[in-house]
Design a protein. Structure first.
Length: 144
């Protein structure tokens, strides 16, 4: 009787032959589905936003008491509800002021920006209800 390792190796070889016979190489690419907002910095902002189809970014700061604390749980819940369809991120403007915040002229927080294919398509300034953010999502993103 073959060991588990031998059986696993046979399965791998069989799958590789199937891929090769179909004229394509096996891909080990794995798409990570984020279920919560990803914290971004100036150094990883562009690569994250440009590598995703749809992104919603919450620009915030720790001192932004009521407005940011009202929006944050809404953004976190939207990240769960739209996981696999839209990626959500957060940028602390105090920690990342030089590039991202100034490039998008973030003057008030919270500011929620919507990106499609790496380009900004809309923004919301201030604390707004979930329904308003979902209206923006539906208006700016084509979801299946």
């Amino acid at each position: 009787m073959p060991s588990d390792d031998e059986e696993l190796q046979r399965i791998r070889e069989r799958m590789l032959r199937q891929f090769m016979s179909q004229g394509r190489e096996p891909s080990m690419e794995v798409r990570v589905v984020n279920t919560e907002p990803v914290p971004l910095t100036d150094s990883d902002f562009d690569s994250f936003v440009s590598s995703k189809r749809y992104v919603v970014v919450d620009f915030w700061a720790p001192w932004c008491a009521p407005p940011c604390r009202m929006v944050s749980p809404i953004v976190e819940q939207l990240a769960k509800d739209y996981a696999g369809k839209i990626d959500f991120a957060k940028v602390n403007v105090d920690d990342n002021p030089p590039m991202v915040a100034s490039r998008f002229m973030i003057r008030s927080i919270p500011t929620i920006m919507f990106f499609a294919n790496g380009k900004p398509v809309d923004a919301v300034i201030g604390a707004v209800p979930r329904a308003f953010l979902e209206t923006k999502i539906k208006r700016n993103f084509v979801l299946n």
